[in-house]
Write a protein that binds this ligand. Structure first.
Ligand code: DAH
Length: 342
């Protein structure tokens, strides 16, 4: 076979191999196989020694032209492959911003925590300190220091979970009053939010576990008007402008005098509606002047100091605030309910 025929055969092979070369590596293999030191075209060049001397220049020229041509073909194909690879990479990396995505569920603050946080903000703004204490409480703090001795009828009103004779699950946050007075010197201004427990059957307005916030102020010359002013500020803060308090005489062993406190009905602003049963007022909390007996038991000189205290049920505040009709909704963890407080 002459040089010319051999070259055209190699050319044919190059064309067909390169047509199926899809990446740079295969292309490089083709180049080495053809133009490399041991490549076929190089071998052809080496074999020129076997030709007659007068044939050599023409054959050499043909081979050099072929080398140039093949190199050009490979470079052209390499450029095409590079473009194609870029296109493929771009395709792979493309983001379709119109694709629908599943939104992750975002949690929300529980209504109890919402009112608790708001109340804490309100009272800390008035200079109160937040104090937390044990839910498993000594009978001594829960009852005795709150002026509710053994066999006192007030114990029956609070269906107590007893751990043993001396330990209870606290039935209210009031024992925190004693803890505050025994660990601090007046002036004292504390609020004590937390869980409380009573052996109640579950229904729309009762739960064996619920939440209260206790408030206590001890200083010289503290009186009922200070309690009123404090609770009025609280009422406006939680329910809005124009909401005020009404005090009705009541009885608690740990306060004297004691009061039941109503707030202007926030649904009708006092006009009278279904929620307030036409009265314009809603009962929300208890309070009063700290009983001097309690002050003395807790190491405060009642001839120098006086104080007020109050206890607020957080469930009740949340139910009124958000129009929740059944307390059980707040404990069942149904996301359809909870999601409304986002
Ligand atoms: N401890 C009372 C209860 O659980 C609420 C209460 C009433 C707290 C009057 C007080 C208060 O501090 O002065 O029903």
């Amino acid at each position: 076979m002459g040089v010319k025929e051999k070259i055209s055969e190699l050319h044919e092979r190059m064309l067909s191999e390169m047509a199926s070369a899809e990446n740079r590596q295969t292309l490089e293999e083709i180049r080495v196989h053809m133009l490399g030191k041991k490549g076929e075209l190089t071998a052809l060049l080496r074999s020129m020694g076997q030709l007659a001397p007068e044939e050599r220049p023409a054959a050499g020229q043909l081979i050099n032209e072929a080398r140039e041509k093949f190199t050009g073909m490979i470079e052209k194909r390499a450029a095409e492959i590079k473009v194609r690879e870029r296109e493929l990479a771009l395709e792979r990396e493309t983001l379709d911003v119109t694709q629908p995505v599943e939104k992750p569920l975002i949690g929300s603050k529980h209504p109890i925590n919402r009112v608790m946080d708001e109340m804490v903000e309100c009272f800390t703004g008035l200079g109160f300190e937040v104090l937390e204490g044990p839910e498993v409480e000594l009978d001594h703090y829960n009852f005795e220091l709150m002026n509710i001795p053994k066999n006192h009828p007030a114990r029956d009103a609070q269906d107590t979970f007893y751990v043993d004779d001396n330990i209870v699950l606290r039935t209210h946050t009031s024992p925190m009053q004693a803890r505050a007075m025994l660990t601090r010197k007046p002036p004292i201004r504390v609020i004590c939010p937390g869980r409380v427990y009573r052996a109640d059957e579950v229904d729309a307005t009762h739960s064996p576990v619920f939440h209260q916030m206790e408030g206590l102020v001890i200083d010289k010359d503290v009186n009922m008007a200070d309690l009123r002013g404090t609770l009025n500020a609280f009422a406006e803060r939680i329910y809005g402008k124009g909401i005020t308090t009404r005090f009705r005489p009541s009885f608690f062993p740990f306060t004297e005098p004691s009061t039941e406190v109503d707030l202007t009905c926030s649904a009708c602003h006092g006009a009278g509606c279904r929620i307030c049963k036409g009265t314009g007022w809603i009962e929300v909390l208890g309070g009063g002047m700290v009983n001097p007996k309690v002050l003395e038991m807790c190491g405060i000189d009642s001839s120098v100091y006086s104080g007020f205290a109050f206890g607020i049920g957080l469930e009740r505040i949340a139910m009124l605030r958000y129009g929740i009709k059944d307390m059980r909704l707040m404990y069942e963890g149904d996301v359809r309910f909870l999601g409304q407080f986002r």
